[in-house]
Design a protein around this ligand. Sequence first.
Ligand SMILES: [Zn+2]
Length: 82
Amino acid sequence: MRKYTKIEENTLLEVRCNKCGRNLLVENGFLKEGCFHGENVFGYFSTRDGSKHSWDLCEECYDKLVQEFLIPVEETESNEYL
Ligand SMILES: [Zn+2]
């Protein structure tokens, strides 16, 4: 869950883990710790037709979630990260 300023800069003010509710470290508009951000617009063939969902997980909650997966997360190296 993310909160931004309402001014046109759209500066990040707060990020909370949707699962545990913990406030993640945000300084000067930048998220300063690991976080999974999920976002999806459900399409025409879904039961949520046109609904957009977004959520954030702290790394601890992310680890707990993916440990429950039957098929492991696909992991590759990336040179582009914030
Ligand atoms: Zn959490």
